[in-house]
Design a protein around this ligand. Structure first.
Ligand code: HEC
Length: 193
């Protein structure tokens, strides 16, 4: 035991309950310093992000990046030239493009249209009936823009024009192949390209 009497150095007792003594100890300086620093940081952070917009919140940052991506994609599409019937028909006869399209179809479309295109949640793509048109440009448009509210997502933003074109080329090759066990026909009969 120490010989020094600690009695006078003890901080004042502020509260006693059930023999438990509460003292008024001074908080360590590092602790108070950390608290103040964190508080100041929190206030500055809030002001910088939420009040004055000095830095972008994640949703704003995301929106800005998306806008840049969209602008680039639009730019690229313009440079690529129009996606017209003739170009799509040509692509549907290019085996490399059709193979790419088949790949996209398997990974992205088969869940709703069946692996062989016979339909499921989505319509049969191998018959002669089309809800949104069976012409190449109509098929491209349906895939690219989707059908809002009908469960067909817009694939353009997710896949990009190259893969949408490949998927369209592949769907063009499916037309009229009438796979076994396909869904019943929906829509109007296809009148030709
Ligand atoms: C989540 C399910 C779903 C996925 C995934 C999906 N589709 Fe669809 N698709 C649908 C539905 C539902 C419709 C019918 C919309 C309607 O009723 O107007 C449709 C319609 C279509 C049509 C128009 C058919 C017609 O009769 O006019 C085409 C073409 C098509 N999809 C191609 C694709 C391609 C290619 C992909 C993959 C990139 C794809 N779909 C992925 C659900 C899906």
């Amino acid at each position: 035991m120490s010989t020094k009497a600690p009695a006078t150095a003890r901080p004042p007792v502020v509260h006693t309950y059930d023999d438990i003594i509460e003292e008024d100890n001074e908080l360590p300086k590092w602790w108070v310093g950390t608290l103040l620093l964190c508080t100041a940081f929190g206030v500055a952070y809030y002001m910088a992000y939420s009040m004055y917009g000095i830095f972008d919140n994640p949703d704003i940052a995301f929106e800005k990046e998306s806008a840049i991506t969209r602008a680039k994609e639009a730019e690229r599409l313009k440079a690529e030239g129009p996606v017209d019937k003739a170009a799509l028909l040509l692509l549907s006869k290019d085996s490399a493009t059709v193979a790419d399209g088949a790949q996209v179809f398997t990974t992205t479309c088969a869940v709703c249209h069946a692996a062989n295109g016979g339909g499921g949640i989505g319509p049969n793509l191998t018959d002669d009936a089309w809800l949104h048109g069976g012409a190449p440009d109509a098929i491209y448009k349906t895939i690219n823009e989707g059908v809002t509210g009908k469960g067909m997502p817009a694939w353009g933003p997710q896949l990009g024009s190259k893969r949408v074109k490949a998927a369209a080329a592949y769907v063009i090759t499916l037309r009229g192949t009438k796979v076994a066990g396909g869904k019943e026909a929906q829509g109007a009969p296809f009148e030709g390209d």
